[in-house]
Design a protein around this ligand. Structure first.
Ligand code: F6R
Length: 236
């Protein structure tokens, strides 16, 4: 794991852009993307840059079950707002939260990922150590799955909704086994509330109790942290 400690998320965004530029220069064509508050500064830097994804494919990690693309809380909407309206891709794939036929949606998304091996996967980190929406206990070899969000994730995401009752309780997520197949992984985490999960991910045992700890097994992971997120690490 290569760890880069930055001053703040704005600096982190600049480092994030550099990873995307490097991947593009090395011929990357398929980008795995994340939502949430963490990647916003990286997307801002990408939008200001001259990177062109019009010949590339994006595959998002997850989407809430039940939310349609025109719902402002959906991850479809988020991606449009923060990246795609400025930097369109040739094809952009996101799980379809309105497809309530779970088996069919899982099969569709697994096929998309099988057809488009991911070159660079961007990740955030849940306070409970989740990656994508793979909550603690998810098997490391999981493919796309429909997940019941834990109370900790619902609480953390309530800030994006008018009240906690509006936070969807389930999501479709790319599984851990598929995330691990990406050629290069870039994880960003900022703020004190991520420090414990960062420590467990980097210095703890590899265990399904901390899904992100599996990244210790990946040969090419870069982690961008601000000082607060890195504050509990023993080896700096
Ligand atoms: C989002 C995702 C989640 C988030 C994580 C952190 O697509 O897959 O794993 O990255 O919940 O969320 P933020 O960045 O809002 O703290």
């Amino acid at each position: 794991m290569k760890i880069i400690i930055v001053k703040d998320p704005i600096d982190g965004g600049k480092q994030g852009l550099k990873r995307f530029q490097k991947a593009k220069a090395n011929g990357a064509k398929v980008f795995g993307l994340a939502t949430g508050s963490t990647p916003i500064t990286t997307y801002k830097e990408i939008c200001k840059s001259d990177l062109d994804f019009s010949d590339d494919v994006s595959i998002n990690l997850d989407e809430y079950v039940g939310l349609s693309a025109d719902n402002p809380q959906s991850y479809h909407y988020y991606m449009q707002e923060h990246l795609f309206s400025y930097k369109p891709f040739k094809h952009s794939y996101i799980p379809d939260g309105t497809n309530l036929n779970t088996e069919n949606e899982i099969k569709r998304y697994n096929q998309i990922i099988a057809d488009n091996p991911i070159d660079l996967q961007l990740l955030g980190l849940g306070r409970n150590g989740h990656i994508g929406f793979n909550e603690p206990g998810t098997p490391f070899d999981s493919k796309t799955n429909r997940i019941k969000l834990t109370q900790s994730t619902i609480d953390a995401n309530a800030r994006f909704f008018d009240n906690e009752n509006e936070v969807p309780k389930e999501a479709y997520s790319m599984g851990i086994g598929l995330i691990m197949k990406a050629k290069h992984i870039l994880l960003e985490a900022y703020g004190k509330q991520k420090a414990q999960a960062v420590k467990a991910m980097v210095e703890g045992p590899i265990t399904t109790d901390v899904p992100a700890s599996v990244l210790q097994n990946h040969p090419d992971v870069t982690i961008i942290l601000d000082k607060l997120a890195a504050s509990l690490l023993e080896k700096k």
